[in-house]
Ligand binder design. Structure first.
Ligand SMILES: Nc1nc2c(ncn2[C@@H]2O[C@H](COP(=O)(O)OP(=O)(O)OP(=O)(O)O)[C@@H](O)[C@H]2O)c(=O)[nH]1
Ligand SMILES: [Mg+2]
Length: 504
């Protein structure tokens, strides 16, 4: 991933911008000046796209912009000067120079101002900009732009907290991607009956909902659409940042890593990508998804053994998914849980944490809660699952001792608890302590845990680490192995003649 700055991980909600309903000349002047500052003070690769969002919000897309000095002259009129107070807040949101102290930011702003206005304008600008710094709390002006300021503070707070990283792994079609969509509450990664995740996707939580999905795939964007999000290009990794609509409020940074299924015989590279990502250990915990429709297969056991052998220094949480397909006459959820536990213990996982669930129903529940439209099929499935999970045999909340259904829970919460996903979210988003325990116990040398103080550096690390020589040579080795495999297949099938064999 190319150099990515804080802006990729932050939110901006412009709906209540103090100038959104102002007169056109003020909006155009303010925007023109803001643009000049944004492009010159700590600009980043998303600045121009973010500025476009301001243009849309001001509804000035078809109006010609002013030069910075014209805009300055307009805004420096005594009765308009207060609007300059907003400049710093908006710049904080657009360019997010969180790792730069406010005095330095002020200095950069002043510096740029000096370069675009006359001496006397500069003096006035300094005076009114300075005034901002000496505003008393009981001064009415001090509340002007407060909403923008709060957004910046929220971004800064969340960005400076530790990012917990969870990698999701399983055999193909177990529901890894569905689980991620259910956590986020939106379809941001592709799901399908056939193999559909062919490379790794990194999904980061944003501090608050602003209805923008950020993505780096071909190029960075803050407006990823469905087509881009769900595209099937397996050559590249995807990086996505969006707000996570969890069942309950939490204020930390999270990243989820979606991986390809490890057992595709048609796409052996998928298993290698996942295993090499697991071996890089750039995550704090593993969620292993077990498909309740295909329990105890040889491939499942093989991957579990691999995990036990290669990444036992990490906390592993097991998700038993697709329990909605169980038929109460033929299947028994309790005995399946017991069997899974016994299998895991046989492989060597002591006291495994097993979270039973229906990720797909949880996804539908969140979709409905957030007011998204269902397709006809989704509506039918939703109605069926509501009926099913209301029956006590399917109430999965009984497997989560800390989860109780309360009399004042709304229907969404009750069903989220019954389908197991509420409890699962509590387990994974409350896993901080367990993760620490693992890290303390682990005798294997650990990679640096991302301390989001350097959030900017952080985002780059994801990719930079992937480019480290060790992982590069691992990749080369994988490619070589794949070539060898194809070659030996061809030889076995007698496909190659002698010359071909010699020169291949
Ligand atoms: N009934 C039911 N179906 C589910 C559930 N979770 C996922 N599915 C379905 O299972 C299929 C595979 O789901 P995915 O989320 O794409 O699985 P995956 O593990 O990401 O698959 P790959 O990336 O291809 O390895 C899709 O058709 C999903 O709708 C669930 O909880 N219940
Ligand atoms: Mg997938």
């Amino acid at each position: 991933m190319e150099t990515m700055t804080n802006r990729f991980f932050t939110s901006i909600d412009l709906n209540d911008h103090p100038l959104s309903h102002s007169k056109l000349p003020l909006k155009v002047s303010y925007f023109s000046l803001l643009k000049s500052f944004a492009e010159n003070v700590y600009e980043n690769e998303l600045t121009s796209e973010t500025l476009n969002e301001y243009k849309k919000m001001f509804d000035i897309s078809s109006v010609p912009e002013l030069s910075a000095s014209e805009a300055f002259s307009y805004l420096l009129r005594p009765w308009r000067r207060k609007n300059l107070i907003l400049l710093r807040y908006d710049l904080n949101l657009i360019n997010c120079p969180f790792n730069v102290d406010q005095q330095k930011l002020k200095f950069e702003i002043m510096n740029h101002a000096a370069s675009i206005c006359t001496k006397s304008q500069y003096k006035t600008f300094c005076r009114c900009f300075e005034k901002k710094y000496s505003l008393r709390s009981n001064d009415k002006l001090s509340e002007f732009g407060n909403e923008l300021k709060l957004q910046s503070e929220n971004n800064r707070k969340v960005l400076s907290s530790n990012c917990k990283r969870m990698i999701i792994t399983a055999n193909m079609s177990s529901g890894k991607s569905t689980m991620i969509n259910a956590i986020v509450g939106k379809k941001i990664v592709k799901t399908a009956q056939e193999v559909c995740t062919g490379n790794v996707s990194y999904i980061y939580s944003k501090p608050f909902e602003d209805n923008h999905i950020h993505m780096v795939f071909d190029k960075p964007t803050i407006n990823a659409n469905d087509e881009e999000l769900l595209s099937n290009d397996w050559d590249k990794k995807k990086y996505i940042a969006t707000y996570f609509n969890l069942s309950f409020h939490q204020n930390e940074r999270w990243s989820l890593i979606d991986t390809p299924g490890v057992n595709s015989s048609m796409n052996k590279q998928h298993g290698r990508i996942t295993r090499s990502t697991l071996e890089q250990r750039e995550y704090d915990a593993i969620i292993h998804v077990l498909n309740a429709q295909q329990l105890g297969t040889d491939e499942e056991i093989a991957h579990l053994r691999w995990l036990k052998k290669h990444v036992q220094d990490r906390l592993i949480i097991f998700a038993l998914n697709k329990l909605d397909v169980f038929n109460s006459k033929e299947d028994n959820i309790d005995s399946s849980m017991d069997l899974v536990r016994a299998d895991l213990e046989k492989i060597g996982f002591e006291n495994p944490i097993i979270c039973p669930m229906s990720a797909y129903f949880a996804f539908l529940l969140k979709k409905k809660k957030l007011g998204a439209c269902f397709t006809e099929d989704e509506q039918d499935e939703y109605d069926l699952y509501v009926k099913k999970f209301k029956r006590s045999a399917y109430d999965l909340s009984r497997f989560y001792p800390q989860i109780q259904i309360k009399s004042n829970d709304d229907e969404f919460t009750v069903l989220m608890k019954k389908c197991g996903f509420y409890g699962f979210e509590k387990v994974i988003f409350g896993a901080g302590k367990l993760i620490k325990q693992y890290q303390n116990q682990s005798s294997v040398s650990k990679p640096e845990i991302i301390t989001e103080k350097n959030a900017q550096v952080n985002s780059n690390q994801e990719d930079q680490k992937a480019e480290l020589p060790s992982s590069k040579s691992q990749q080369q080795l994988s490619e070589l192995l794949e070539k060898l495999e194809t070659l030996s297949d061809d030889i076995n099938r007698g496909k190659l003649n002698y010359e071909e064999r010699r020169f291949r």
